[in-house]
Design a protein around this ligand. Sequence first.
Ligand code: ADP
Length: 786
Amino acid sequence: MMTANRAEGRGIVADDIRPSNYDAVSIQSRQVKTSDNRFQLLVEDTREYAIMMLDPRGIVTSWNGGAQCLKGYRADEIIGKHFSCFYAPEDADTLRRELEIASREGECIYEGWHFRQDSTRFLATVTISVLHDARGEVCGFAKIVRDMTRQRLSEKTLLRLNAQLEQRVAEQTSEIRRKSAYNRRLIETSPDPLVTIGPDGTITDVNAATEHVIGCRREELIGADFSSFFSEPARAKAGYEQVFREGLVRDYALEIQHKDGQVIPVLYNATVYRDETGQVQGVFAAARDITELRKAETALKEANDTLERRVAARTAELAKREEWLRVTLGSIGDAVISCDIDGRVIFLNPICASLIGWDAEEAKGQSITQVCQLINDQTGEPAEDLVARVLRENCMLEFANNTALISRDGRIIPIEDSAAPITDADGQVTGVVIVFHDVTAKRHAEETRARLASFPQWDPDPIVEADLSGHIQYCNPVAQRLFPHLETEGTAHPWLVEWAAIASAFAADEQTVIGREVFVGDTCYQQTIHYYAPSRRVRIYGLNITARKKAEEALQRTAEELARSNQELEQFAYVASHDLQEPLRAVAGYVSLLESRLGDQLDEKSRQNMAGAIQGTTRMRQLISDLLTLSRVGSQGKTFMPTDLNTVLDKVLQNIHVSIQESGATITYDPLPTLAVDGGQQTQLFQNLLGNAIKFRGALPPTIHVGARRQDNGWLFFVRDNGIGIDPQYRERIFHIFQRLHTRTEYPGTGIGLAICKKIVDRHGGIIWVESQPGNGSTFYFTIPQ
Ligand code: ADP
C-alpha cells in the first residue's frame, strides 16, 4: 500500500463539511442548515468519488452514492460498521495508522488496491482528512476514495500512443530524409540544368548539370542574378516574369552563356513553386540542351533542301521527258493509243487520231474498242480484245498478222499492232498501250515483191492482174507484148469476157481458183485465175499450151486410131477365131472318122501321127477359144451393173469344183462386196486366178484364200496360194499374152489366162500385180475403183 503524507496539508473544518447525521454537531442557524443540506446532496450525488464519514473511532457515519458505486455496498449495509470491515484482519493496524497520520498531519493520502463487494479489485487514491469540531477537537474523518483504474489505463494508453507517435515521427523523418536525399540525387543526376530562383531573381539552388553548362561552381551561382548567365538577359527576365504571371512557361528558347564564351541553345520549362500556405516562393526552371536537336534540325533542313532541290531537278527532268515523250509520240510514225484498265481512252497521238478518224480530245474517255475497231482482215470477224488479253496475261503482245483497223469513215486499214500493260511505280497495272501502224504500203510492196519474185520478167507466159471491177492493174512484159491494147480495152478483151461471172464467184468464195482454156487466135492459153484477198485483186496467169494442146490432139487422134485399129483387130481376132473353130472342128472330126474307119489297117506310126493331129487340133481349138475370150473382153464387154461378188465367187467355185476335188484344195474367202462391174468378166477373172492357184500347186494340197479390203477409192482383192511361186523377175512378163514359165508337159496352158485377167482389170479401171517368191506361194492382187 502506497501512502503519501503532505506536511503542509490542512484538516477540513467542520464548518465547511458537516455530515447530516452527525449528532455531535449542533445546528446554529437555518442558513447553515440549508447550506449543509445542499452540500449533503452534492456529496450524495457525486459518483466519481466514494465519500464516507468516520467518527473518531472509525465507525462509518455516512456513505455516498459514489461509495456505493465504487465498493458495491449500499449505505444501510455499511453505516454504523467499523471501517476496518473493508480490511483484512491483518491490515487493521494499517487503518489505525492512517487515522493517526490524518489526526496528526491533517490528512493521509495514499494509493492502493481496494476490493469491491464482489471481490473484484480496483486501484484507488485515498485521502483521509481529519474533521475538527468548533472547539478544535477531532470529531471524525472524511475519507475520499477515487478510482484510478481508468486514469491509469488512460495514462498507459497515452504512453503507448506517444511511443507510437514518436516512432512514426522518427520513421517519417527518416522517410523525409530519404526522399529528400533521393530527390536531391535525382536532381543532381538529371542531365538537364535545373535551377530554383527566388522572387528577387537570384538563384537559390542549382544542380550539377547547371554548374556544368554554365561553367561556375554552385557557391558562385547561388545568390547570383539568374539572367546574367544568358546571352539575352532581358529575354530571360521576360520569361521569368511570364512564369510569375501565368504560373508556367513551356519550351521557352534561350541561350546559356558558358563562362568560356560558348553559347548553348536551350528550351526552358519553368513553374512557380509555393510554400505550404500557397505563397509563391520562386521559380523552378528546367532547361533542355537542344544543341543536338539544333544540329539534327540543321541536318534535316539541309537534307530537306537537298531533297527539294532534287525533287525540283527531277520534276524539271520529268517535265522535259514528258515534253520529249509528247514530241516523240507526236512525231513517230506509229500510232499510239492508251487506255485505263476499264478500257477508257486516255491518250492518242496524232498518227493514231488520223488513222482511227477520231480527234484526240473527242476520243478521250470513250471506250477504246469503239474508237479503235479491229478486225481479222482474213475473216472480217472482230479481232480479239487486245486490252482484255493484255490485262489478263500482263505482258507485251504482238499481233503482226491479219489485223485490220476499221476507221471511223469505214476504211479498212491493214495494221500491225502490239500492246503492253502500263504499270505505275509500284508495279500495279494501270492501263494498256496499243501501238500500231498502217501496213497497207507494206502489204502492197510485199505483194509486188511476191509478184515480181513469182513472175520474172523473162516468164514466157502473159500475166495480168485486175481489180474486182475488171480494171487492169498490172501486165507483165509478155502480156504487154502479146496484148498491147489490153489496158485500154479494159473488160472488153476476150480474156475478160466472163468477168462478171469470175468476180461474182470470187465474191462468194475468196479461195476460188478458176482454171480454163482460152484461145486467142491460134494460141491456146490455159488460164488460172487466183483471187488475192488482201489486195482484193484477181491475177490471171496465161500459160501458152498451144504446143501441148496440139500434141494432145495428135495423141488423141492416135489413140482414137489405135482404138479403132484395136477394135478392128479384136473384131478380126473374134471373127478369125470364130471362123477358124469350124474348120478345126471339121479337121478333128475327119481325123477321128479316118482313125475309126481304117482301124486295124493303120500301122503304129500312122496311129501316132493321127493322135498328134487330133492333139494339135485340140490345142489349136483351146488357143482359139482363149484368144476369142481375150478379144471379147474389149469388144463384147457388158455394161457395169451392181453385182454381188459373193455370187460370182460361188459360181466360180462351182465351175472348178472337179479340179478342187482332184487336187484336194482348200479355198477360204472373205465376204465380198457388191460392186458395179461386168459380172461375166469378174467370173472369168476369179476363175483364171483360182485355176492357176490350183494348177501351179506344189507338193502340198493347195490352200487358197480369196481376200477383199476396202480402200479409199475402191476395193483391193487378192488370191493367195501356197503353190510353187514365181521368180520376181517375171512378175511383169506373166501378164503378157503367151508368156509361160513352164513347158506344157510340166503345166498345161496357153499363156493367155493372166493377159485376160489384166485386160478385165484394165477395163474396170484397176491394176493387177503379183507378189511372190519361188517356193513360197503367190498372191495376185487387183483393184476395182468405185
Ligand atoms: P497358163 O496358165 O496358160 O500358162 P497364164 O497366163 O495363166 O498362162 O499364166 C502365165 C504363166 O504365169 C504361167 O505359165 C505360170 O508360169 C505363171 N503362173 C500363173 N499363175 C501362177 C501361180 N498361181 N503360181 C505360179 N505360177 C503361175
